[in-house]
Design a protein around this ligand. Sequence first.
Ligand code: HEC
Ligand code: HEC
Ligand code: HEC
Ligand code: HEC
Ligand code: HEC
Ligand code: HEC
Ligand code: HEC
Ligand code: HEC
Length: 441
Amino acid sequence: MNKISIGLAIIAFFLIGFSTAAHAQKNEVKDNACVGCHTMTGATKGILNDWSMSKHAANNVTCNSCHAADQEDKDSFTHNGRLITKTPSPGDCSKCHPDQVKQFNAGKHSLGWTKMEATSRYKAIPEELRASMCEGCHNIGKVYADGSAGKCDSCHTRHLFSAEEARQPEACATCHMGPDHEQIDYYMTSKHGVIFDIDRNTTRAPTCVTCHADGGTHDVSQGITLGTVSQGAFISDRNSGNDYVTSPDGIVMRSITREDFNSGRTTMLSICSRCHSESFARDVLERADEIKRQSDAKVGEAIKIISDLYNDGLLDPMPENRPPNPVTGNKLTLTGHQTYSNTSGIEAQLFEMYKYALIHAWKGAYHMNPDYAHWYGWAQLNLDLDKIKAEDRRLRRLAELEKAQEAEKTGTKAKVPGFEAFAAVIALAALVSIILIRKRR
Ligand code: HEC
Ligand code: HEC
Ligand code: HEC
Ligand code: HEC
Ligand code: HEC
Ligand code: HEC
Ligand code: HEC
Ligand code: HEC
């Protein structure tokens, strides 16, 4: 026996000896049997080790407190004579932590799974691959057999379940990264992240949870306005709530009311103003709002160009000549349910523009990161728009040439623009020279 297993055996002995029925369980099996046998057999050693250092172990919350299952639980199975589940749910946590579960349900994390399942990009991925892709992050809103949603071990990992671990920015990093929502890097290289990195002191510099889980709330949606997930939101006094609608720029996003905007902004500013003057912070956030508006307009220009090409039948290939979008079918689909496969070249360019560059511009700005806002964001956005304009001109020129070629093939005179004018000038020149020659004679 090594030191760890001796330690665990002692803990197990302690638990066996002193377990009170403080946390009565569903199937009333004495908790200590799980720890005792797992310690003895060395089964799931790492899990036991994590658990033994947790507040749960210290408070006699053992394997069975979470893993016990009822006959009617859809995910239950018999394990050494006991009915257990491999996937304890927020429903199980809520017996002891009802407030955290309630707050979690009020925020968007709880929608992570259902939002994902509804999108075309999810449906377009072969089923057997999805678990290692979208689902690996969107399981933050995983829906369990008992109907409860939310993977509580996303930030305080099992089986340590430490509040301190969840307070660190790294706890958010696995999911809030990548070209379409790189919050971890926006933050870590912002002035805030740099100060935090130097002395890991949250009284000087804010972390993710300072701004997004104020007072320990599990509702991360508090204080979010235009900068909400995905393509963000725009203020509309007609459409309200969290519906996806088409914005004035043609981008599919949410609409929020002016009142919701004001109340969210007030919440966020109350956090900034613990360290900054409120007017300083307000200016910073209003500048980010403006970056969002102007960046959205750039993408709006690109959407207009592609829609015009579609109306003129010039996309290559046209949506009706490619496999249907899993949600919208053979319609032109830009942003929202737009896919990155079975598309046309110019739409693929728009995909990168709206999903990556646009995002860096304004999400970078909301996280006080000048470089993401500018080089990865605004600069790239402008370059992408120029490439889309060039592709538009190329497609239109090609279409003219093909039309001319077609006309030639079918015998009709090629209608190259300017040809008539050119012919008229030649004819006129010929006429003038004939007159001049005649005059000389
Ligand atoms: C008699 C010994 C014994 C007892 C009692 C016991 N376990 Fe286990 N458990 C094991 C061993 C050995 C393994 C690893 C091999 C396996 O998967 O069966 C294991 C595996 C597991 C697994 C993983 C199962 C899988 O299919 O991946 C879970 C979850 C688990 N135990 C939980 C519990 C809980 C909760 C209790 C108490 C209700 C418990 N165990 C009681 C010996 C035991
Ligand atoms: C505070 C609640 C809680 C306690 C206590 C707890 N677990 Fe878990 N356990 C979970 C959760 C949550 C999951 C992950 C559920 C999911 O994947 O959706 C999990 C998953 C597991 C798994 C499968 C995943 C893996 O990593 O292999 C095993 C095995 C397991 N637990 C064993 C144990 C054992 C053994 C104990 C006691 C030492 C224990 N658990 C105590 C909540 C708990
Ligand atoms: C049987 C009751 C019970 C269940 C079930 C339970 N817990 Fe706990 N939990 C506790 C107790 C008791 C504490 C210690 C509270 C304290 O120290 O104030 C605790 C503390 C915690 C902490 C704070 C740890 C820290 O570092 O301060 C977290 C996080 C936590 N639990 C998460 C969970 C999650 C997630 C689940 C479900 C997978 C769960 N708990 C299920 C009773 C439970
Ligand atoms: C397991 C992956 C995962 C982890 C870990 C994670 N998130 Fe998220 N987060 C998501 C997903 C997915 C969404 C989008 C959910 C949706 O709207 O469907 C999201 C959305 C958000 C939002 C936007 C809420 C809104 O109303 O627009 C905030 C803020 C947020 N997370 C903060 C955090 C913080 C802070 C942490 C770390 C303490 C964290 N997240 C950890 C996956 C994760
Ligand atoms: C997005 C990351 C994240 C997710 C997901 C998450 N938590 Fe937490 N949790 C935290 C943070 C951060 C803290 C520390 C809050 C504080 O005290 O500042 C915490 C603290 C806790 C505590 C200790 C509270 C206290 O006052 O000591 C409990 C209990 C808890 N969480 C339960 C849960 C449960 C249950 C779930 C699933 C519904 C869950 N957590 C999901 C981030 C998360
Ligand atoms: C100094 C405060 C602050 C810190 C620190 C911070 N954020 Fe934010 N976050 C914001 C603001 C401000 C917004 C936009 C608010 C709005 O919509 O008005 C935002 C928005 C978000 C969103 C919605 C999408 C977006 O980017 O606009 C997510 C997700 C998010 N933050 C995650 C994180 C994560 C993860 C971390 C840590 C790696 C973090 N934030 C650190 C202030 C902060
Ligand atoms: C690295 C983790 C990760 C992966 C992989 C991932 N997502 Fe996300 N997703 C997130 C986070 C984090 C957010 C919210 C942050 C933001 O938008 O700023 C999000 C946001 C979303 C949203 C917007 C939700 C809303 O409420 O508007 C949808 C839809 C979505 N993802 C679908 C998918 C699909 C489909 C896939 C796979 C094709 C996928 N995601 C892959 C982490 C991930
Ligand atoms: C816990 C304290 C704290 C909170 C909360 C906080 N900041 Fe900061 N912030 C700092 C510190 C310290 C600096 C570094 C000042 C320096 O560069 O000398 C800083 C720097 C900045 C900078 C870099 C530029 C500059 O000249 O200072 C901006 C922009 C900024 N904060 C905006 C915000 C906004 C907006 C919020 C709220 C969403 C916020 N901060 C919340 C402490 C905080």
